[in-house]
Every structure is written in C-alpha cells, then in structure tokens.
Design a protein around this ligand. Structure first.
Ligand code: ADP
Ligand code: MG
Length: 694
C-alpha cells in the first residue's frame, strides 16, 4: 500500500496539513473553554453572588427598619396604652370593682367587658381586640402586609409576655387571607416571655432569630401540613423593643416572623439562570442556580433542590473543601472553580452575607453552573471546527489523490513501457503528453528504446556471423582431421602401385579399410552437427534400457579389446519412454568417452538400477578423470579436450535427455580413479486404457 506514490502523497498531505489543523482546532477549543470560564463565566458568577448577597443583606436590614419604624409609631404607643388601660380595667372587673372604681377612660368598656366575661360570651383574647387603637394597629399591619407580603406574623407583645395585638391576615400564594379564629386565640394565649428573643428585646436590643422552625409550627404550620416543610416552615424572627416616645424604658416588643419562602424566592431568582442564557442553545435552560448555607458554610438553608435542605456540604455532599475554602477566605467572597458534584463538573462562586454582629445572619450564598453549559458554545464551535477540519481533510485527500493520479499516471505508463521493453518489445513507444520532466523522460526513454533496438539488431547479426564462422571453422577442422590420413594412405597406395611393390594388394585392403573408417567418422561428424542444429524430430517409444545398453556395449566390443579394456555389465531391465535413436546416441557417446579416457586400458562398469520411479544408467571408467576445466564446461557445445572430438556429444546428450524428462551428470568416480556418468530417466508406466503416451 505504502509503495504507491499517490498513497505517500496523501499521507504527506495528511501529516503536513491536516494534523496541524486538527491540533490547532483542539488548541483553540481548549483555549476557548478556558477563556470563557475565566473571562466570562467566573466574573459573572462573582457578580451574581455578590449581588445576591447584597439583596439578602438588604432584605434583612429592611426587616429591622420595618419593625423599628412600627415600634416608633404613635399607633404602637397608643395600642400599648390601650392594653395598659384595659389591663387595669380588667383587673378591676375581675375583682368585681368595676362599678365602684370606674374611671372616665376605662369605664364604658371596662364594665361591659367584665359583664361579658362573666357571661362567658367572649374569650379573653378576642375581647382584647375590641380596643380601638389595637384594632387600628392591626388594620395598619394588614395594610402593610397587603402591600409587601414580607411577614407571616407581626406581634406586639407587652413587657409581661402577652400579645397586645397582631396582624389579622396572613399572606398566601394568592394574596392574603384572614387568620383563623383558633389561630388568633392560640396567639393570644401564647406566653411570649418564654421565647428566646423576649429577654433580649425587653432589655432593649434588636434581636434577629434564625428559628429554623417557626415557633408556631407545631400547632399551626404555615404550610398547613403537619409534617415539616423546610421551605415553608423555616422562619426568621425579628424583635424590636418598643420604648416610650422620649426614649425611656422598654414598654413592649414588636416581633415579626418572616416566612423562609421570602428568602427562598430571593435565592431562586430566575436572574441567575438568565445571566447565562447567552451561553447555551436558544431552546436550552442554563444550569446556573444559587443556594444558601448557614454561617458555618456547611448546612444548606436554601437550594433549588428541596432534597438538599439541611444537608451538610462537607459530611453529606462530600465537598468539605468547599466549606474550608469559604471559611478560610479573608474577604468573604471568591471562586470555587472546577469541582465535581452529582457527577457534574461545576464552577461556583460564593459570598458571605452580613455577620450576626453586623445586622445579618452570616449566611453564605453560592452560585454555580455546570461546565457543560460553559462549554456548550465552545462545543458548538468545536463541532464546527471539527466539521471544517473533516471537510478540509476530505478535500485535501481528494485533491491529493487527483494530483497524484495525474502525476503517477504517466509514471505508471512509463513503468509499463519499460517492462515491455525488458520483455523484448523494442517497438513499443510511449505517448508523450506532458511538457514537463515526465514528458522529457518519456522522450528519452523512447529514444533509448529505438537505440536499443538498432543495437540489438546489430548484436544479433554479429552473433549470427560469429556462430556461422565458428561452425564453419569447426566443420573445416573436423573434416580436415580424417582427410589427412586418407590422403597419406592414398599416396602410399599410389606409390605401391607405381613401383609394383609386393604386398600392394594388402596396402589396398588397408587403405580401403582406413578410408571406409574415416568416411564413417565423417558421417558421425555430420550427424553430430545435424543433431546439434536440432535437425531431427523426436519419435518416442517404449525402450528397454538394459537391452539397449547391452547393444551399445556390444558395438564397442572390438574397440574395447583393442584398448585392453575389460567391460562389466550389470543391472535390471527397465522400460522408459524415449526416442530410441537419440537415447542410443547418448549411450554411445558415454561409452566412447569412457573408452577414449582409457588409452592405456582399464575397466568399464555399465549398470542399470531402479531408483524410485526412475531408472539410473551408470557408466564408470577407470580412465584419466575430469579436469576442473572439463568439469566446468562439460555440457557446453564445442568443448572438447580431444583432437578428434567435436565437443558436441555431451551437449547433445543433455538436451536430448531433458527432452525425455531425464537428466545427466558426470562426476569423479568413487574411489578417485576415473569418471562416473549417471543418466536418470523416468520409468515408463503404460496406462491401463492402453492409450499410451504417443
Ligand atoms: P568429445 O567427446 O567430442 O570431446 P563430449 O561432449 O563427449 O565431446 O565430451 C566433452 C569433454 O568431456 C571431453 O572432451 C572430455 O574432456 C570430457 N569427458 C567426457 N567424458 C569423459 C570421461 N569419461 N572421462 C574423462 N573426460 C571425459
Ligand atoms: Mg564424445
């Protein structure tokens, strides 16, 4: 795959262009996320949390102002006056002295009260509201509630812990509703002197109480349910002392109970989420929200998730470091970046509200947002960037492939051409299409090919000439050898005839014998050349090799006797599929070579043996053996070490045997003296059908 130029090009483009692009995309992505967090989200979080803490502080301060304002009002003083007068009258009435000691102020209703009390027509409490200033204060408080709905209860309490008057309505989800009679009665019967705020307030301090649970919850839960709902029943109490108009002693306490829902509303303002609306998709809601802890920076007092009320940040939610960070912070506000809660990565900011010493409760406000939101824009951008990258990648690959194809096309054509030339087609030509380096290269290759063709033709012609010259030289040489003895014999015969020498008859006989032998020799030479030039076609048939070897040895009997060579024959009969004439010539040549190698006599061993599916004919002599030069050139045509040899015998034998599916080798004879020639031929296996191998 990587061996193709186009693939390499594509890879190069990928590495050089796309990889940096992708890396850049990821870098930008990282940078964006980081910058959005640091430069947008965290400042906004800090701003929100600070703002929220301010609002809470303001809310708490406002409650003090409300109560102190009411405490200072003439109406409150009057109501307390009412109460005092009534108390006096009541005491008198109860003692049955109403008629006797009637004062102008208290008489008209003091007597009536006593009378009605005696008849048990009204309870002590409802009776108390008959007094005009108290009723007026009640109406005033109700009016205020109608306007702002900040308080669940506002109670004016006498220094001895009795209720003087209170609001007559309470806020509901829809507006206000009158307090029920039983609840009113309950409030009037309540002994406020046992409340935790009472002693401090009667000593003249403004008191803020974080009740956690409304003191009136058990009997009259604000939620109307018997079970405690922290969002509803959690309550804050504010108690302001009421002094005489000249700033004298405390003559009563004004106590306001604020429903926790007010705080809850402040904390769960939509503003928090809205601040981050720009970060998320248009249809999605930002995950940002605020929450409130107690001054220990641990206990959760308000949270959009109701289930988390009264959970402890450190112990229950597993974020002890958050508490620690807040407590260790010096300026009371800061960031709590990059933490994990409920499987979400978040960023948050916190702010400590006014302390208990400074008009507050020391609450801690937190505002947090999921990282997912922060990265939503970035993610969109990343998708865009990655999409762009993918597009660029696809385009780059396509373009590269296109260019690569355009470039490698001619190269491949050149390659094909060169291959054709290598296979011998020197007439092949490449179309030159481009004017660039490849075009020039193609032109050069074309020129080279035609030069190659001319050169090859020249070489072939030269080789042919040389071959013919060599052949002619060889033939001339081979023919000349027998001619000389023939000419000499004829000269001798002619001289004998001319001189009428005795025994000329015998000379004639000898000469004729010699001439016949030399003619035979010449015919052999002619046969050799004919065979070598491939003159004869093969006519294969089933040949029994042992018999053929016997016949060839027999032919050489006379020669062997002449050379004092004893011949040994051995071996089994075996049939091969071969051209009889050619195989005979092979054997004749091997036997002659062996005899020629033993001018001083020796032994010749001829044998046939079966080896697997082949027959091996071996002919071993005890002659001169093979020189290393002979070993290297044995089967080359015209290689000979003999004056009368053609050097064609073994070359022809090798070719003939290979045609028959056989092989030949010549090695030094085992024992070190002479030569061993081995011919191997596959055994003939006639087919059962008799179709044969013809
Ligand atoms: P030629 O017999 O005409 O020389 P061959 O092809 O038959 O040609 O043999 C080639 C050469 O191989 C011989 O000239 C000789 O040197 C060597 N040769 C072949 N057979 C033998 C042998 N049995 N002993 C030694 N040399 C051999
Ligand atoms: Mg020979």
């Amino acid at each position: 795959m990587l061996r193709r130029i186009s693939t390499k090009l594509v890879l190069a483009v990928l590495l050089a262009v796309v990889l940096p692009f992708v890396a850049f995309a990821f870098y930008i992505n990282e940078q964006m996320g980081d910058r959005v967090t640091r430069h947008v989200v965290q400042p906004v979080l800090l701003g929100l949390v600070k703002n929220l803490a301010g609002q809470l502080d303001y809310f708490v301060r406002e409650r003090r102002m409300d109560l102190e304002q009411w405490a200072d009002s003439q109406l409150t003083q009057n109501a307390l006056d009412d109460d005092r007068a009534e108390q006096g009258a009541l005491q008198l009435a109860l003692r049955g002295e109403a008629a006797a000691h009637s004062t102008p102020d208290a008489a008209p209703w003091g007597a009536a009260t006593a009378a009605r009390l005696e008849r048990d027509e009204v309870s002590l409490q409802t009776f108390s509201l008959q007094a005009p200033y108290r009723a007026q204060l009640m109406a005033e408080l109700d009016k205020n509630l109608d306007r702002s709905l900040e308080y669940d209860l506002v109670l004016l309490v006498s220094p001895d812990g009795r209720l003087v008057t209170c609001n007559g309505k309470r806020p509901t989800a829809q507006g206000t509703e009158p307090l029920s009679q039983p609840f009113l009665e309950y409030l009037f019967a309540y002994d406020y002197s046992r409340s935790d705020w009472f002693p401090l307030a009667t000593q003249g301090s403004f008191v803020r109480v974080d009740h956690h649970v409304s003191p009136f919850h058990l009997e009259f839960g604000h939620s109307g349910q018997s079970s405690f709902d922290p969002a509803w029943d959690y309550a804050l109490g504010f108690a302001a002392p009421v002094r005489t108009p000249d700033g004298g002693p405390v003559r009563g306490v004004l106590y306001g109970l604020v429903n926790w829902k007010r705080i809850q509303e402040l904390v769960s303002t939509q503003v928090i989420a809205d601040a981050f609306r720009g970060l998320v998709r248009e249809d999605a809601a930002p995950s940002a929200y605020a929450w409130l802890w107690a001054d220990d920076a641990n206990l959760i007092l308000a949270h959009p998730d109701r289930a988390l009320y009264y959970e402890r940040i450190g112990e229950d939610l597993g974020l002890p470091r958050l508490t620690q960070t807040v407590l260790e912070d010096d300026d009371g506000w800061g960031l709590y970046p990059e933490y994990s809660f409920h499987g979400e990565q978040k960023n948050a900011a916190f702010h400590v509200c006014s302390s208990r010493q400074a008009d507050g409760f020391g609450w801690v406000v937190g505002v947090g947002i999921n990282n997912e939101d922060i990265f939503s824009t970035v993610e969109e951008l990343r998708t865009l960037l990655l999409g762009g990258t993918a597009g660029v990648l696809a385009l780059a690959v396509c373009l590269t492939l296109f260019i690569a194809r355009r470039t490698t096309g001619p190269i491949r054509e050149l390659q094909k051409h060169v291959r054709r030339v290598a296979e011998g087609d020197l007439d092949a030509r490449i179309d030159i299409r481009s004017r660039d380096e490849l075009g020039a290269l193609a032109e050069d290759v074309n020129r080279m090919t035609s030069e190659l063709k001319t050169q090859r033709e020249r070489i072939i012609k030269a080789e042919k000439d040389a071959a013919w010259r060599e052949m002619a030289r060889q033939i001339a040489h081979d023919i000349k050898n027998p001619l000389t003895p023939m000419l000499l014999s004829l000269d001798l015969l002619e001289r004998a005839r001319r001189e009428h020498a005795a025994g000329s008859e015998e000379i004639l006989e000898r000469t004729m014998g010699l001439i016949r032998r030399q003619i035979h020799n010449l015919r052999e030479i002619a046969n050799d050349f004919n065979e070598f030039t491939g003159g004869k076609k093969a006519h294969p048939s089933a040949v029994e090799v042992a018999g053929l070897l016997e016949e060839v040895l027999h032919l050489h009997d006379g020669w062997a006797v002449e050379r004092r060579v004893s011949v040994h024959k051995d071996g089994a009969a075996a049939v091969v599929w071969a051209d009889l004439g050619k195989l005979r010539r092979v054997l004749v040549n091997l036997v002659s070579n062996a005899l020629q190698a033993m001018p001083e006599g020796g032994e010749l061993f001829a044998a046939t043996a079966l080896e697997g599916s082949a027959v091996v004919i071996s002919i071993r002599d005890t002659g001169v053996g093979l020189t290393s030069e002979a070993r290297a050139h044995l089967f080359e045509p015209y290689f000979t070490t003999k004056s009368e040899g053609t050097g064609l015998g073994l070359a022809i034998s090798k070719r003939a045997l290979e045609e028959m599916g056989g092989a030949i080798e010549l090695i030094g004879a085992p024992g070190g003296v002479g030569t061993l020639a081995r011919v191997r031929l596959p055994l003939h296996r006639p087919r059962a059908s008799g179709a044969g191998q013809a």
